[in-house]
Design a protein around this ligand. Structure first.
Ligand SMILES: Cc1ncc(COP(=O)(O)O)c(C=O)c1O
Length: 352
């Protein structure tokens, strides 16, 4: 039976940046890497070339380990940075705490020590609420601070804020990990090279997100400080994140980071969020809930309005209790998508 298209390629919503498809330049790169045989499990020419690409962005000591997904990147990286008795300090809103089904605890076997934050961002002072009990065998030993850039609440750390966290963590004998599912969006917001708020700010290990930035699938664990990990090699395999046909993940990253595609995509997604913000900010009955610093807009709407809108456009309610919703833009969101959505929001609010 021949396959046929089961969806409309024009349907776009605001639920998540992983609802988007694959950027055409990435699809072309996959086709380019196709054909012939290549050694499996990362011993291929595309994965070798990828190391150069990552070193260009993150410095000479950087080593990239492609994996399938962001949860896997977080779990393998954090496991590589900790011992069995250790703990990771993170924001209460961190993806590793809220959205990974407990995988860091279950699979990596570590303890998460969470801190409430007003905006998804940790600070040295907030870290101190959990950074205690060193040498006390009754307490899981804080070993890593994990932050997300950009955060789950759409905010963006400045390079100075990350440097202050890194200095503080290192001063306490801890390491700094960055969940970079949206690291490209942060670079677009900050207008600085990737290394300025990672390698040069003292980050030890990070994940670099590809899926939300135009790849079919794939993320990379990037070790910036080799002394911060025991090993990634064995843990990636034991953690079921070692792709046998790795060339097809690696070539996607080469298409993204070997050109300016990563930044073009991220800038576009961020610009679309700003457009949405500008179009809806003044609309009566709606409150913008958080600063718009990347590709997410958070707003509070009456629940019945949200329900009607969700019949027309896909998006998630972020907080059932407060009625806060999250609208996400992607590399393929168009100005017309934003204008149609903003008009629908105004229309549904006006209808009461
Ligand atoms: C901040 C953050 N980290 C990690 C992930 C995990 O990605 P995946 O769904 O590929 O496991 C996501 C996905 O939404 C995310 O938003």
């Amino acid at each position: 039976m021949a396959i046929s298209r089961l969806h409309s390629p024009d349907s776009r919503g605001f639920a998540s940046d992983n609802y988007a498809g694959v950027h055409p330049e990435v699809l072309e790169a996959i086709a380019l890497a196709n054909g012939g045989h290549q050694t499996s499990y990362g011993e291929d020419v595309y994965t070798e070339h990828l190391q150069e690409v990552f070193r260009e962005h993150f410095g000479e000591r950087a080593e990239a380990f492609p994996v399938f997904n962001g949860t896997g990147a977080n779990v393998v990286a954090l496991q590589a940075m900790t011992d069995r008795w250790q703990a990771v300090i993170c924001a209460e809103s961190a993806h590793i705490h809220v959205d990974e089904c407990g995988a860091p605890e279950k699979v990596a076997g570590l303890k998460l020590l969470t801190v409430p934050t007003p905006d998804g961002k940790l600070t040295p002072e907030l870290i101190d609420r959990q950074a205690y009990g060193f040498d006390d065998e009754h307490r899981a030993q804080p070993a890593v601070v994990a932050i997300t850039q950009t955060t789950e609440l759409g905010t963006c750390y400045t390079p100075d804020e990350i440097r202050a966290i890194a200095d503080h963590a290192h001063g306490l004998g801890m390491k700094l990990y960055v969940d970079g599912a949206r690291l490209a969006n942060a670079a677009a917001t900050l207008g600085v090279p990737l290394r300025e708020f990672t390698t040069d700010a003292g980050v030890d290990v990070l994940s670099f997100g590809g899926t939300k930035n135009g790849l079919m699938l794939g993320e990379c664990i990037v070790v910036l400080n080799p002394e911060a990990v025991h090993t990634v090699k064995y843990l990636r395999k034991a953690g079921m994140q070692l792709a046998s046909k790795m060339r097809f993940i690696s070539v996607q990253f080469a298409a993204l980071l070997g050109t300016d595609l990563w930044l073009r995509n991220a800038r576009h997604a961020n610009d679309m969020a700003q457009r949405l913000y500008r179009e809806v900010a003044g609309v009566e009955g709606l409150e913008i809930a958080r600063p718009v610093e990347a590709n997410q807009v958070f707003a509070v709407l009456p629940k019945h309005v949200t329900e009607r809108l969700q019949k027309r456009f896909r998006f998630y309610t972020w907080n059932e209790h407060t009625g806060e919703v999250r609208w996400m833009t992607c590399f393929d969101t168009t100005e017309a998508d934003i204008d149609a959505f903003a008009a629908a929001i105004a229309e549904e609010l006006a209808a009461g």
